[in-house]
Design a binder for this molecule. Sequence first.
Ligand code: KIV
Length: 248
Amino acid sequence: MLTPKDITEKKAKGEKISMITSYDFAFAQMAEAAGIDQILVGDSLANTMLGYKTTRAVGMEEMLIFVGAVCRGAPNTHVVADMPYLSDKDPQTAYDNARRFLDLGAASIKLEGTPEGVLEFLRSHDVPVCAHLGLLPQTAENFKQKGKTVEEARAIEDAARFIDSLGCFEVVLEHIPEELGTKITREVSAATIGIGGGRFTDGQVLVMHDALGMHLGKNPPFAKKFVDMFELGVKGFKKYIDSVNHPQ
Ligand code: KIV
């Protein structure tokens, strides 16, 4: 399993880092068998697994069930547990919740933005943190690209320097211009993991349901579909129904 140190060393050597979301035992096994570097149990499971419109719909109790399942399915892979909405509302609450994830077997936690005093507290207690900057789905008013204006780009860059100074080993950069993703990647020691952050971040992350074509909806513009599992699944179900209707 890659440790946070292994991940920053990969960056230093110019090696790319692959991350995918997974939420359950079976897909975690599949991702580990494929040799993925890191599995993110994202709060996007609110949308992909539970059918809610917003990631704010899930809390710690739901996340713990999914993080536990993924850790059991991929015991040799670095699992990043996503802090759900309000689970990081103050430093002590964030620490207590992060500990629950780490005690389950997660290797690190991820949280959105730079909530007051939280990252400082987590890092001073040696919690391995993957930060998340750019588009922040828990609090975003819309899903448009962030960092397009000079002010917005500067704020994201400043935040990236800040999380780096605290020793966060990694940062997800979501839906920002490629030039900004590239600039931050050069400026920080933390490994940058892009999702719509351009081609030159240290690694990439995708939501599994987008990458494997597991839903009927449209992918975001930056998310490539690598297989069509929805179609494959429907075909499989049809064959099964047929076998029930026409027993051999
Ligand atoms: O929740 C999630 O899946 C995420 C990714 C989009 C990075 O935060």
